[in-house]
Ligand binder design. Structure first.
Ligand code: URP
Ligand code: ZN
Ligand code: ZN
Ligand code: ZN
Length: 475
């Protein structure tokens, strides 16, 4: 037969277009789009379904060693199974450098953790915490060349943060070598000051995590990151933006013609500070940084998604169990908020939440949905056009959506190894009913069907959007 698989009668939807065509797949790639394409070993009838590019979750944490000894609930197997069940076919977690460690060693270690484990394709970002001369002169240039063309830096957390001079040094390196820099923008001293004050007043519950991680501190750090990037003349991407203060900074930069990109996440649309104030220790389930804010912040984030301030919508899946199997609270019984691991799960619920709350409720259109969840992350992190779109020559990473199916989020139905979802009980419309990665089915009706080791490691090219202004070369 001419094709391994033929997908017929679907409404193909990309970041720019929607059209009816059949998709011919051979050796994991899309080799034809059209009608009456020829015979195939297998045929999938997509009548009545939308056919979208598989999701790219460009910000998630899997099996990442933590400075404080906390252990992540998901490694590459459970994390990517969960991703597949939610319509995601590529994940980008982080190879994190410990201070004092070589960056190469961190990347090698992360390959050991992921080899043979993944059910969908994956690429690595790096986390640079110790930009020594060796890292800047030798390791980073070589690693960027080898396919690790993006890295995250932190402005807070003692074991991760860089000072302004270090940030300038890595931004200059990124400019020279063509890497995309992601910034966790929160002012460390503002957090430390507020935490100390709250502790003195005896305000140590989960709710006060959100108070200590102020919107002002996030805004200031975002502005500083943007200014440092402008000084160096290099693009930068502000990750996990929580609300209007930071959005204003990004929009200001973009209106000045700077290549400043923004990412936001489901928690900033669906949760508020009130969730951290839930009864007992339940609020600990909602602790993440930056924290969810208020309804006005949620509206601002929607507006940013609609107007184009944000290019990327990621889960920031950071999986920590609430209790172990014996009922012991791993986050510590009534622990001080400073000792609650930061982060919430969301790999499997990212796409269904944005689809239902965004597309079905008509806050964003479906082409914007595809751009935010697949096409833009592929471009921004150097995976385009192999990933992120439906085109001849691209990998056959596809997800077929029933746009009117109803379902309710239940942690019992999810496939991560976290013992809760912050979105329990939320009712959604629209769901991925069949997902293919390189032409093979990886999930069906919310159930993963892929095996550990099917997922391939992806080397990322130097992204065009990481180029300084005036150097646009197009794709
Ligand atoms: O609280 C969060 N977001 N934890 C994950 C790590 C990070 O900073 O993205
Ligand atoms: Zn972060
Ligand atoms: Zn993160
Ligand atoms: Zn391959």
């Amino acid at each position: 037969p001419r094709f391994d698989t033929l997908i017929t009668n679907g409404l193909i939807t990309t970041a720019v277009d929607a059209y009816y065509a059949d998709i011919g797949i051979k050796n994991g790639r899309i080799t034809a789009l059209g009608h009456e394409l020829g015979d195939a070993a297998a045929e999938i009838d997509a009548e009545g379904l939308r056919v979208l590019p598989g999701g790219i979750d460009a910000h998630c944490h899997l099996d990442q060693p933590m400075g404080d000894g906390a252990v992540m609930a998901d490694g590459f197997y459970s994390g990517t199974r969960s991703a597949a069940a939610g319509g995601t076919t590529t994940v980008m977690p982080f190879a994190a450098q410990k201070k004092g460690q070589s960056l190469r060693a961190a990347v090698d270690d992360y390959h050991r953790r992921s080899d043979g484990q993944a059910c969908v394709d994956y690429a690595f970002h790096m986390i640079v915490t110790d930009p020594t001369e060796t890292v800047l002169k030798d390791e980073l240039p070589a690693l960027i060349e080898e396919g690790y063309s993006s890295f995250k830096i932190y402005m807070t957390y003692d074991d991760l943060k860089l000072n302004d001079r270090e940030i300038l040094n890595v931004l200059a390196l990124a400019r020279r070598e063509g890497a995309m820099v992601m910034v966790h923008a929160e002012n460390a001293d503002c957090i430390a000051y507020l935490s100390e004050l709250l502790t003195e007043c005896g305000n140590t519950g989960p709710y006060y995590h959100g108070v200590a991680h102020s919107s002002i501190g996030e805004r200031e750090a975002s502005h500083r990151a943007i200014s440092l990037a402008e000084l160096i003349d290099v693009p930068v991407l502000i990750v996990h933006v929580s609300g209007a203060d930071t959005i204003e900074q990004i929009r200001w930069a973009q209106s000045r013609g700077l290549r400043v990109y923004g990412e936001t996440c489901p928690q900033y649309l669906m949760l508020t500070a009130e969730d951290l104030d839930r009864d007992g220790f339940e609020g600990a389930k909602y602790v993440c940084s930056p924290p969810p804010r208020d309804p006005a912040a949620q509206e601002a984030v929607w507006e940013g998604l609609e107007s184009g301030v944000f290019q990327v919508f990621s889960s920031d899946h950071a999986p920590f169990r609430f209790e172990d199997t014996k009922g012991k609270k791993l986050r510590g019984e009534n622990a001080h908020f400073e000792h609650i691991p930061n982060g919430i799960p969301g790999l499997e619920t990212r796409l269904p939440i944005l689809f239902s709350e965004g597309v079905v409720k008509e806050r964003i259109d479906i082409t914007r949905f595809v751009a935010l969840t697949a096409t833009n992350p592929a471009k921004i992190y150097g995976l385009y056009p192999r990933k992120g779109t439906i085109a001849i020559g691209s990998d056959a990473d596809l997800t077929l959506w029933d746009t009117s199916a109803k379902n309710t989020i239940r942690n019992a139905d999810l496939h991560h190894d976290v013992d809760y979802t912050p979105y329990e009980g939320i009712e959604l419309t629209g769901r991925p009913v069949l997902t293919l990665c390189r032409g093979r089915v990886v999930s069906r009706d919310g159930q993963p069907e892929s095996d550990a080791g099917y997922g391939e490691f992806l080397a990322c090219a130097k992204p065009q959007p990481a180029r300084p202004r005036g150097n646009a070369k197009g794709f």
